[in-house]
Ligand binder design. Structure first.
Ligand code: SAM
Length: 232
């Protein structure tokens, strides 16, 4: 069933379907590991196919990720980064998460699937920025924090000319307005968001696009305590 949903959903996005066996294997590993640790609340195969894999895949239809250095900030069980890599193998991917067990799981999946050019990093984004500022063409992120906070965690990692793609719900107007000041201070520019539906469903989603215009000042990101207490 998962295979049929993926085939239909990916075809509707005009994306190649060669990655389906790897996605199915990934779903198996996710289900297995989810028995012993909390990786995802979505456990039915159709839900995983639509709400994790096809939602992630939508980015490939909305942005050009080919050959790019991409960091997934707060990737959790690998979303959106791993499906992107499986479906577009030319991506040079860094999966970043603050929870060690999740990063260990991601390493297992990458090894099992024989994925190359994927780095799984256990770190908080604000610490990782110390050694990797302006190091990526693209940052992507889903379900990690409100946009003013998320922008400070992610934008310092993106080089000028690159983009930060934040996957949000369509109810994010308030968050978007609140993020304008933070985005400017961090050297970015908010573009017009793109609303879409997850392929094969009527579930609406929004891609927030931030273009990195100038280098982020060295004083950002601040410590998480400061970011949280006093968002930009
Ligand atoms: N992006 C995944 C998804 O959409 O399924 C996971 C979302 S989960 C709700 C949020 C993840 O962000 C958690 O795994 C958490 O450890 C990670 N996270 C939160 N703050 C972070 C930070 N400052 N740096 C790195 N990871 C962070």
């Amino acid at each position: 069933m998962m295979e049929a949903i993926l085939r239909e959903g990916l075809s509707a996005l005009s994306l190649p379907t060669e990655g389906i066996p790897a996605l199915t294997r990934y779903a198996g590993l996710l289900a297995e590991k989810n028995q012993v640790m909390n990786l995802t609340a979505i456990t039915d195969p159709a839900g995983v196919a639509r709400l994790h894999f096809l939602d992630s895949a939508a980015l490939l239809a909305l942005a050009d990720l080919r050959g790019k250095r991409v960091v997934d900030v707060g990737t959790g069980a690998g979303f959106p980064g791993l499906p992107l890599k499986i479906l577009e193998p030319s991506i040079r991917l860094t999966l970043l998460d603050a929870q060690r067990k999740r990063v260990d799981f991601l390493r297992e999946v990458c090894e099992e699937l024989g994925l190359e050019d994927v780095e799984c990093v256990h770190s908080r984004a604000e610490d990782f920025a110390g050694s990797h500022r302006e190091g990526f063409d693209l940052a992507v992120s889903r379900a990690v924090a409100a946009l003013p906070v998320l922008a400070e965690l992610s934008l310092p990692l993106v080089k000028a000319g690159g983009k930060f793609l934040a996957m949000k719900s369509v109810d994010s107007n308030e968050e978007l307005s609140a993020a304008g000041r933070a985005v400017n201070l961090l050297g970015g520019r908010l573009e017009k968001p793109i609303d879409y539906v997850i392929s094969g469903t009527d579930i609406p989603r929004r891609l927030v696009i931030i273009t990195k215009i100038t280098e982020t000042q060295k004083k950002y990101p601040r410590t998480f305590a400061k970011i949280k207490k006093n968002p930009l």
